[in-house]
Ligand binder design. Structure first.
Ligand code: ATP
Ligand code: MG
Length: 236
């Protein structure tokens, strides 16, 4: 018997698994932070699509905001080359939980994971949860409870969090980043007359990982992350 071998859940996203040392650690819950349009939801779509397409793993996309129709429309518009219809409602389920129903969130995620064998979960976004609970204590307690509950489930999750990081060197860490098992930051930074997409892994419990700042592109075939590319300015 091999003791201490870490089970991985490859994202399947070119470049990202290399940065992660082979993929996300199984049954861990990771916060994806970034400003508007930085690519958080996009990363979530691709995690689920590649899970179904390449790893035969079922996925659940929980939106706290948009209708399932709108989510599907967005995913199809973004990744046009992919055969979404062969997976939707079979291997990938998209659902919306209205905030008033938040107490059902654990039940719904729990039932998809336990009864339908879902292995990958995306929750978009924690920011709405924060707005819903208003007080910091109530939010922290509920988030902690949710992550503890999910920690006992056989699934790996990405939870998006809106966070504008203007100066990387001065970034403050939010409570979510301490309680989650992992944190990935995504940036859309000004560079000359354009903007550049970059990401970095801030934390990933139980594994070594790259701490490099990596440029990436969003393409109709998915994110293209370049672990070997070097950054020349554009972000402090
Ligand atoms: N077909 C495409 N090809 C390349 N880039 C695209 C394409 N469609 C959308 N984008 C880019 O992706 C961005 C949206 O990414 P995404 O929705 O994942 O961001 P987000 O971090 O979830 O933002 P928010 O916080 O607003 O939800 C768009 O603003 C656009 O720049
Ligand atoms: Mg989004």
């Amino acid at each position: 018997m091999v003791i201490g071998l870490i089970d991985r859940v490859p994202s399947g996203i070119p470049g990202l698994d290399e940065l992660l040392g082979g993929g996300f650690v199984k049954r861990r819950h990771i916060v994806i932070c970034g400003g508007p349009g930085s690519g958080k939801t996009t990363l979530g779509y691709e995690f689920l699509y590649r899970g179904a397409e390449e790893y035969n793993e079922k996925g659940l996309f929980v939106s706290l905001e948009q209708s399932p129709e709108r989510v599907v429309e967005g995913a199809k518009a973004l990744f046009k080359e992919w055969d979404w219809d062969s997976h939707l409602d079979k291997n990938i389920v998209v659902t919306r939980i209205q905030l008033e129903d938040f107490n059902n969130l654990k039940d719904i995620i729990g039932s998809y994971v336990r009864e339908h064998g879902v292995k990958r979960v995306v929750l978009d976004s924690l920011t709405l949860l924060k707005l819903y609970f208003r007080g910091e204590d109530a939010y922290r307690n509920n988030l902690y409870e949710l992550l503890t509950f999910m920690g006992d489930l056989d699934c790996t999750s990405l939870l998006t969090l809106e966070k504008e990081i203007n100066k990387r060197s001065e970034a403050n860490y939010d409570m979510e980043e301490f309680v989650a098992d992992g944190v990935i930051n995504m940036y859309l930074v000004p560079k000359d007359m354009d903007r550049l997409r970059v990401l970095e892994i801030i934390k990933m419990r139980d594994t070594d990982h790259s701490t490099k700042l990596c440029p990436f592109k969003i393409t109709p075939e998915g994110l293209m992350i370049s672990p070997k590319a070097r950054m020349f300015g554009g972000i402090e």
